[in-house]
Structure formats: C-alpha cells, structure tokens
Design a protein around this ligand. Structure first.
Ligand SMILES: [Zn+2]
Length: 169
C-alpha cells in the first residue's frame, strides 16, 4: 500500500515519535509499505511520521533499488558516532520542491534495530551518513530546515505559506 506523504505544517512531523516495541507481522507490513511509498515518491529515505505514523521507524535505500542489500530498516535508531564534515544539497519528501545546501557530518555510525528487533550498528559515509542524520532527526520531530540559517528558513516558510494560501501545498 502506498501512503500519501505528510507535508510540512502537519504537527506529526514536529513531535518526537514513540519507540517501536512490537516486532511482528504488522511491523513487517508497515516496513514494506514504507519502502513502496518511498520509491513511489522518488525518495531515498522515509520516516514513519512522514506517513502520519508517530513511530521511531525509518527506511533508507540510497541506491534507489539498485542494490537490494542497501535497503535498511531503522527501528529506534541512535546516532552513536559522527566524524568530519560534508556539504551537499538536501531535500525532504515532506518539503517538496525545496533543496538547500547543508553541511553535516561526513561519516555517521548508528545503532538501530532491524525489522525483527535485532540490534545492529552501521557506518555510512556522505549520502548514507546524511540519510542516517536526516531520518533520525525526523524521529525526534526535527526537519532539515531547522539546520539552515534563520534567514533561509524564514524564506522557505514564507514561500510555503504562499503555496498553502494558493491551495498548492
Ligand atoms: Zn525528510
């Protein structure tokens, strides 16, 4: 099932999500639906709050279907190590049509649980590192625009308000 993506302005995106405690068939189905929804939206990462479900759960595939082993399920992820700096354009499915240059850590290690509840650690670089930080932020109710300068952030918010008024958001 493909879920519609919740857009900026919905409070679910700005509140901390609840931990995943039950790893059952329903969670597997939700994860499958999240991958399907992410691919349908042409994204490389999706957090559960982005489909209106306030759970600490995200999916990532920075290869966009190229490599099946690159499909990652992050339940209750924690960032445990960051290193270096890397600047790249970043966007978010919940803030469509905007992209901004953002400096984040170049190398990031997370500790998370997979769809079966098994703990694992994984280190990512550049795009994967960025996805780890972006998706973990989502689960804490934080959007990437919160890392931008107040000036840039206000500019984006102003444009979004215009779109909302025009019924185009
Ligand atoms: Zn996002």
């Amino acid at each position: 099932m493909i879920y519609p993506i919740v857009k900026y302005g919905d409070p679910v995106l700005e509140k901390p999500a609840e931990p995943v405690t039950i790893f059952d068939a329903d969670l597997q189905k939700l994860v499958d639906d999240m991958f399907e929804s992410m691919y349908a939206a042409h994204g490389v990462g999706l957090a559960a709050p982005q489909i209106g479900i306030s759970k600490r759960l995200a999916v990532i595939d920075v290869t966009f279907k190229e490599d099946p082993d690159a499909k990652l399920v992050l339940a209750n992820p924690e960032v445990i190590r960051t290193e270096g700096r890397h600047t790249q354009n970043e966007g978010c499915l919940s803030i469509p049509d905007f992209r901004e240059s953002l400096t984040r850590a170049k190398t990031v290690t997370i500790r998370a649980q997979d769809v079966n509840g098994k703990f694992y650690e994984k280190t990512g670089e550049e795009l994967l590192a960025r996805a780890f930080l972006h998706e973990t932020d989502h689960l804490n109710g934080k959007l990437y625009i919160s890392h931008l300068s107040a000036l840039k952030r206000d500019m984006i918010k102003r444009k979004i308000r215009k779109l909302v008024k025009a019924g185009e958001w």
